[in-house]
Design a protein around this ligand. Sequence first.
Ligand SMILES: [Fe+2]
Length: 437
Amino acid sequence: METTPVPPGVFHDVLTAPDRVWTPGANPVLSVHGDEDPQEIEAIQPWIRETVRLQRRGVDHGDWLVLNPEAAPAREDHPPEALLDERWYEARPILLPGFLKEPEDEAFALERFRTLSGDKGLRAFLTDHIPRLGETFAPGSNMHLHEAHRDLERIKLGGDHDLWVKLGRLSSHKKDASLRVRFSFGKEGPDDASRDIERHRLVREVAELLLPDARGLTTDPWLSEHLQRWVGGPVLPTQHIAYFNAPNGGALWHHDGFNEPLEGGQRGVLYTQVAGRTAWLALSIDELCHLVREFLEYMTEGDLPWVRERIAPKPAAFDRLVALAKRFPRLRRELGRPGGGELSGLIHAAPEFTALCADAGHAFLLGPGDGLLMPNHGLEKTVMHTVFCASPGPTYAISTALREDAEYPELSAMRGASAERARGGRNRGARRSRRRR
Ligand SMILES: [Fe+2]
């Protein structure tokens, strides 16, 4: 395996482009589509660790060449700690290679996937763990399904609280067998951003009973020390989701943020690969905005006519996208909407856009034990991400929301407090006007 930078050529130019992002701990990734010069591919062969095919919900997103780290040496001269700090505060992903020690093996993951895929799979899974769940979290009645097209089962846990666990598909595509198991409480949707720390602690407790690997997520000394420093206090992992991304599955572009005040809110998400591998694009929402603009510029200049024909066949529709992209706050808001709003066709269904993001340095491959930390500082400063299955069979991973482990009032109470402050403001205005008389 070569330990020098790749030789001059197209790939060298992509890897050394001044605006290509370098992420500590990541292997460089290049996108290929099958129409490259064979000699160029041959020239970088000694640097290629592996080739990953990206297929999701019937759409071919091309291949990624995963290279030796030395193929594109680090250009950053900041101390590594400072780089990580920057990434946290700029809401850019932080890669944690191999931080989960001794993850469960593939056989364990496959057995779980088989149980969950069967008839009433979630009930069967919980029944297998009744002794571990005890009376506190004993599986109870079936609950209403929030998203009828994807949800499969939702089951109440215990009797003294309103915890539940839900099994669902990741998409309704018939060739996507991916599943997810989500732990939460209260009303699905309205309570997703709840600040009830006691109930979040219960979610953690039950999730760690059923997902043994979840116990090691925030007990890692390096990670807990950094999270405490970045968040400003102890951090609680909660609202766990076990992901079983299967071939043809994965997640479309999205963020995990809520429209809520920063302090006391959800401060990030930690995704940890346990078995199998997933391929990711992850970057700050601002970085994604710039890449959307770049992509539209190429089409405006006459490149990628077939993409333009696919995503906006009528000139007026394309002009609308270009006008939208010129207004940065509007573009960011649109990308943050579920499904990417008006930009949905461009970001989800254009493999050429996937390739652009990879070539700009935002692609990662996660294997067993690797983590990806995604800071979140609100809807305008969050990590956008999209996931592909990179294994021939189902994979297994655990994602947890990270919250400050402290009492915070519910949002409704906080709104009341803001109203009080607003009234205080008017009083001060009145006092000032009296002095001016
Ligand atoms: Fe996510």
